[in-house]
Design a protein around this ligand. Structure first.
Ligand code: GRF
Length: 186
């Protein structure tokens, strides 16, 4: 069994989906959520589904190192950190402490469309396929080794919101499946 912490900053649909995944729960104890934004909806979700959460509010710290040290203290017994819409760049100092143990999901077919607004940019570029990637986190943004990808052919009669929804559905399938495979093999 792996001890997992999920980091999120936003809505938390991936967080909730991972918590509810029965197969993943056979291999992982999802211990708690760490959230860096007090207004994030993911905190409500955690409360509703009874998962312990820590709000580590970035604005309350003097600098990034203090903020990350607080988080490092919380995750000292954690085996893997799973990012699910965590919107903050993780420093090399932090990564050094968790080398190969931080996983992220990104809504594009990496290496294309790193960074923000990936779905919108791919949609506006009329990409034939849009997809998602699960990857290890290293010092370069959205550039760590890819664990899994999946994609669908874009139907351009659908608007951006509909395509975004389709991306989320794909994420909700691929993320638990990929984590199960990873933890199973550990
Ligand atoms: C997802 O699209 C994920 O790929 C990206 O941030 C989004 C988070 O969505 N990293 P949610 O908060 O899980 O609903």
């Amino acid at each position: 069994m792996k001890n997992i912490a999920i980091f999120a900053s936003g809505s938390g649909s991936n967080f909730e989906n991972l918590i509810n995944n029965k197969e993943l729960n056979k291999y992982a104890n999802i211990e708690f959520l760490i959230c860096d934004k007090k207004e994030a909806y993911v905190l409500e979700r955690a409360k509703k589904i009874n998962i312990k959460s820590y709000l580590v509010d970035f604005t309350k710290f003097n600098n990034k190192k203090d903020f990350e040290n607080k988080i490092l203290e919380l995750v000292k017994n954690i085996d893997f950190i799973v990012l699910a819409g965590y919107m903050r760049i993780i420093s090399s100092y932090f990564i050094e402490n968790f080398r190969g143990k931080i996983i992220n999901i990104h809504p594009s077919l990496l290496p294309k469309y790193k960074g923000i607004n990936s779905i919108k940019r791919a949609y506006n570029d009329k990409e034939e396929y849009i997809g998602v990637s699960i990857h290890y986190v290293n010092e370069e943004i959205d550039a760590g080794k890819i664990l899994a990808q999946d994609k669908f052919k874009v139907d351009y009669s659908k608007n951006l919101d509909e395509i975004t929804q389709q991306v989320h559905e794909l994420e909700h399938k691929l993320y638990p499946k990929t984590l199960v495979k990873l933890f199973e093999g550990e």
